[in-house]
Write a protein that binds this ligand. Structure first.
Ligand code: ZN
Length: 462
């Protein structure tokens, strides 16, 4: 069955074939680690996880690279403003390196909570400075760069089809940028490859380069890292839709200018999360919900968010509301209960081929998860025998990622946690609510999620 994916480059669904089947190179732009990821960011990583799982489900062998931006991403997308890491360091009174480490760990923990599989390879921008300098030198040799008082810039007018990904009207952009604060730039779309350290200021992160002490621009790291780690497997490059106009457009320009070869065949982008009322979730908008604040601290299983994300297609904005999350919570609980009943009835037997075909059709149609979830319910309501239903749904869970295969297994809690749980069950029986709350806090402080519902209390590792 063909896998068809929407390619932002061509604005159409295309049959996906990798350069070196069955291997697939997948590069996903990672976080800038100066703050927690908000759940809008995490939606993009859920989409990318589904993409990777669907590729694997189709028999491809995926090499997945994700970068960690720990330097060079300025607060303004067009190379103005401050370095986000150095700004975060000042805000929290830590070093930029400590900030990067702290938020990298927080991000990786978020991914685990959401059952997002780790990439094959994590790479930090600061670990590939040499490769980035090498790439800039190549561009310099080919005449694509120029020097200003604050850095080395890429001359976008020298690269044909600069807007091939974004389809932007470049003349209008040029017109609109007249007020820009950097008069040394030749074109509005030119971007920094290397920024000089300010003469009057000691930066925490800076390196020597042929052009002077400084740090790389944000975009160059993704070009350098994908070429270094994926080499001739530049198949799919992903990010959020906010990456299309600047970040990914600049990655393509500098990479293709340097190598003279196409840089990734497929470009895929996940749409925004919209807060009910129509606002995009963004750090700058002040509506900043994290997995910790919106799920874990409330005792809500973070996988509820994963389930909620499957209710919208990844290219459509997803609306976030309390009601939507409540519906997802019920949906996931219902699904787990259905699987539990099957698991109690007996072991899984054979996957039903007709159902598998139908499921594959939906996921291979540009990752249509809302329809895939409908197929799951069709199977559960069908007249297949329980063993076949169980085997089929567990097979689908390779893509869904709800740990359905673990339902029915004993998930024993450590003794210390179990005794707190037992004490809380007793406290609730005795209607000692203050004590019950206190015990819940104790359990949560030890890294477990406590979830109360009509069926009783559920406790699991956060
Ligand atoms: Zn990137």
């Amino acid at each position: 069955m063909e896998l068809r994916l929407y390619n932002t480059l061509t604005r159409s669904k295309e049959v996906f074939t990798p350069l070196q089947p069955p291997r697939v190179g997948l590069y996903t732009c990672g976080p800038t680690v100066y703050n927690y990821a908000h759940i809008g960011n995490l939606r993009t990583y859920i989409f990318e996880d589904i993409l990777k799982r669907v590729l694997t489900y189709n028999g491809f062998k995926v090499k997945h690279v994700m970068n960690i931006t720990d330097v060079g991403h300025l607060t303004g997308d067009r190379d103005m403003g401050e370095d986000k890491l150095e700004k975060g360091a000042r805000r929290e009174g830590k070093t930029a390196w400590e900030i990067a480490e702290y938020y990298t760990e927080a991000f990786q923990k978020d991914l685990k909570h959401l059952n997002i599989q780790d990439p094959t390879l994590w790479c930090k921008a600061t670990d590939t400075i040499g490769e980035q300098i090498g790439l800039i030198r190549k561009l310099e040799d080919k005449g694509y760069t120029y020097r200003t008082s604050d850095g080395i810039y890429f001359d976008t007018a020298k690269f044909d089809h600069y807007n091939k990904l974004s389809h932007q009207n470049l003349e209008a952009l040029e017109e609109g940028a007249r007020v820009e604060k950097n008069p040394e730039k030749r074109n509005a779309t030119d971007f920094a490859l290397w920024k000089f350290s300010p003469p009057d200021e000691q930066r925490q992160m800076e390196w020597e380069s042929p052009w002077g002490t400084g740090f790389p621009g944000w975009h160059i790291e993704c070009s350098a890292m994908s070429m270094k780690f994926l080499k001739e497997m530049l198949d799919i490059h992903c990010g959020g839709t906010d990456h299309i106009d600047v970040h990914h457009t600049n990655e393509i320009a500098q990479s293709e200018a340097a190598t003279g070869k196409p840089f990734f065949n497929f470009w895929m982008h996940g749409a925004f999360l919209i807060i009910s009322g129509g606002k995009k979730m963004a750090k700058s908008e002040g509506n900043f919900l994290t997995l910790e604040s919106s799920f874990i601290r409330k005792g809500l299983d973070p996988l509820v968010y994963r389930y909620a994300a499957f209710q919208s297609h990844y290219r459509k904005p997803m609306e976030y509301s309390e009601e939507g999350i409540e519906a997802a919570r019920n949906g996931l609980q219902h699904l787990r209960n259905q699987v539990r009943v099957l698991a109690d009835a007996g072991p899984a037997t054979e996957v039903d081929p007709a159902s598998k075909d139908k499921f594959t059709d939906t996921i291979n149609n540009d990752l249509n998860m809302p329809q895939a979830m409908a197929v799951v319910q069709e199977v559960l309501k069908s007249d297949l025998d329980p063993g076949a239903k169980l085997a089929t749904v567990i097979d689908f869970d390779r893509v869904l990622g709800f740990d359905l295969d673990k339902i029915g297994e004993d998930q024993a809690l450590p003794d210390e946690i179990q005794s707190l749980v037992d004490a809380r069950i007793q406290a609730r029986k005795d209607k000692e609510w203050a004590l019950s709350d206190q015990l819940r806090d104790q359990i949560q402080d030890k890294g477990y999620v406590v979830q109360d519902s009509a069926q009783g209390m559920k406790v699991f590792k956060a």
